[in-house]
Design a protein around this ligand. Structure first.
Ligand code: NAD
Ligand code: UDP
Length: 341
C-alpha cells in the first residue's frame, strides 16, 4: 500500500524525502485533523508510522485511507499515561491535545494534563529512542498579542487564569518542558507554533471558525460571527502546515518556528468569502465575543522561510474551495465522504 500511494506534489524536498524513507515515526494525535493528514504524508514518503490516539476529539474514520496500509498501526492510548513503542523510532510528532476552544473549554483540566503529562511522556519516549521530536505548540502562546505580526522572539500576552489559559498555558508549559529536555537530556527537540490551520476532516461543528461557517452556509443557517467580526486570523491550508511540520522534522532547527500563512483577514471577511464560495444565501448573526479572544493574529514566517525553506503555497480561496468540496461530500453520505482532494 505505501508504495502505491501517490506522492504529494507540494511536500518535501528530495533531501527531506530521503530522510523520511524507511524511517519509523510516532505520531500522537494521529486520528485528529492534522495528525491524520500528517500520517498519510509520512507514509507516502515511505515512513512506517505508529499512531497514538485516545479518540477523544479525533475520529477513526480520519484514518480510513490507512486501514489497509502495512506501514501504519494505531495504538489506542491516552498519552497522559506513559507509553512504550517497541523497536527503532526516528521521529516523534507530538500532536495529541484538544485544539478547538469548544473542545478544551469542555475539558479544561484534561487539557492541562494532556499538555503537561502527555508532553512529558512523549519527550520521555523520544529520549529513550534517541529520536527527533517535534512538539506541536500554537500561536495561542502569544495570547492577545501586543506585537504584530508575531515573531518567535515575542513572549506573548496571555491571561493565565482565563478560560483559554488551560490551552495556552499547557502549550507554554509544553514548550518549556521541551526546551528543558533539549538542554539537559540531549534530546533532539523542535517546537512548532502552528497558526490557524483548516482543511478537510475538521468536524463540522468542532467550534472552530472555518468548519462552523462552512457547515452553517451549507445548511442555510446564519453564520455566527463573534463580536463585530473585526478580529483577524491568518489561515493556513492543512497541506501547507503538514509540509512545514515535515520540513522542521528533517531540519536541525532547535528554536521555535512559526508555521502559518501570513494572509490576514477579518472574521467578517471570512464569513463573506465562505458565503460566496458556497453560493449560500445564509445571513450573518452576531454572537458575543468569547473572553480573551485575540484581536489580531498573523505569523511572521521569516524563520521558517530562512531555516526550513518553507513557505505556504495554497491561497485562501483555493483552500476554502477544497474544504467546502470535502464538507459537501461528507454531508452527501459515507460513500462520498473521503477527503475530496
Ligand atoms: P484535533 O482535535 O483534530 O486532534 C487532536 C488529536 O489528539 C485527536 O485525535 C484526539 O483524539 C487526540 N488526543 C487528545 N488528547 C489526547 C490524549 N490525552 N491522549 C491521546 N490522544 C489525545 O486537533 P488538531 O487541529 O488536529 O490539532 C493537532 C495539534 O496541533 C494539537 O496539539 C493542537 O494544539 C495543534 N494546533 C492545531 C492548530 C489548528 O489550527 N488545527 C493550531 C495550532 C496548534
Ligand atoms: N468565531 C466566530 N464564529 C464561530 C467560531 C469562531 O466568529 O462560530 C471567531 C472566534 O471568536 C475567533 C475566530 O473566529 O475570533 C477564530 O476562532 P477559532 O475558534 O477558529 O480559532 P482561535 O480563536 O483559536 O484562533
Amino acid at each position: 500500500m505505501p508504495s502505491t500511494m501517490p506522492l504529494p506534489n507540494d511536500g518535501c524536498t528530495p533531501a527531506q524525502a530521503v530522510a523520511l524513507r524507511s524511517s519509523r515515526t510516532v505520531v500522537t494525535g494521529a486520528a485528529g485533523f492534522l495528525g491524520s493528514h500528517l500520517c498519510e504524508r509520512l507514509i507516502a514518503y515511505g515512513s512506517h508510522v505508529v499512531g497514538v490516539d485516545d479518540l477523544s476529539t479525533g475520529r477513526g474514520e480520519n484514518l480510513a485511507a490507512l486501514d489497509e496500509a502495512d506501514a501504519f498501526e494505531l495504538l489506542l492510548h491516552d498519552v497522559t499515561l506513559p507509553f512504550h513503542v517497541s523497536g527503532q523510532v526516528d521521529y516523534v510528532f507530538h500532536l495529541a491535545s484538544p485544539a478547538s476552544p469548544l473542545d478544551y473549554g469542555k475539558q479544561p483540566v484534561r487539557t492541562l494534563v494532556t499538555g503537561s503529562a502527555g508532553t512529558l511522556n512523549a519527550l520521555t519516549l523520544a529520549a529513550q529512542k534517541q529520536a527527533r521530536i517535534v512538539v506541536a505548540s500554537t500561536s495561542e502562546v502569544y495570547g492577545d498579542p501586543l506585537e504584530h505580526p508575531q515573531r518567535e522572539s515575542y513572549w506573548g500576552n496571555v491571561n493565565p487564569v482565563g478560560p483559554r489559559s488551560v490551552y495556552d498555558e499547557a502549550k507554554r508549559y509544553a514548550e518549556a518542558l521541551t526546551a528543558a529536555f533539549g538542554r539537559t537530556a540531549q534530546v533532539d527537540t523542535a517546537i512548532v507554533r502552528i497558526f490557524n490551520t483548516y482543511g478537510p476532516r475538521m468536524r463540522p461543528y468542532d467550534g472552530r471558525v472555518v468548519p462552523t461557517f462552512i457547515a452553517q452556509a451549507l445548511a442555510g443557517q446564519p453564520l455566527t460571527v463573534a463580536g463585530d467580526g473585526s478580529q483577524t486570523r491568518s489561515l493556513c491550508f492543512v497541506d501547507d502546515t503538514v509540509s512545514g511540520l515535515l520540513a522542521l522534522a528533517t531540519s536541525g532547527e532547535r528554536e521555535p518556528v512559526n508555521i502559518g500563512n501570513p494572509h490576514e483577514i477579518t472574521v467578517l471577511q471570512l464569513a463573506d468569502m465562505i458565503r460566496e464560495l458556497t453560493g449560500s444565501a445564509s445571513s450573518i448573526t452576531h454572537t458575543p465575543l468569547p473572553a480573551d479572544d485575540p484581536r489580531r493574529r498573523c505569523p511572521d514566517i521569516t524563520r521558517a522561510r530562512q531555516a526550513l525553506g518553507w513557505t505556504p503555497l495554497v491561497d485562501l480561496s483555493a483552500g476554502l474551495s477544497r474544504t467546502i468540496d470535502a464538507a459537501r461530500a461528507a454531508t452527501a453520505g459515507p460513500a462520498l465522504a473521503g477527503d475530496a482532494r
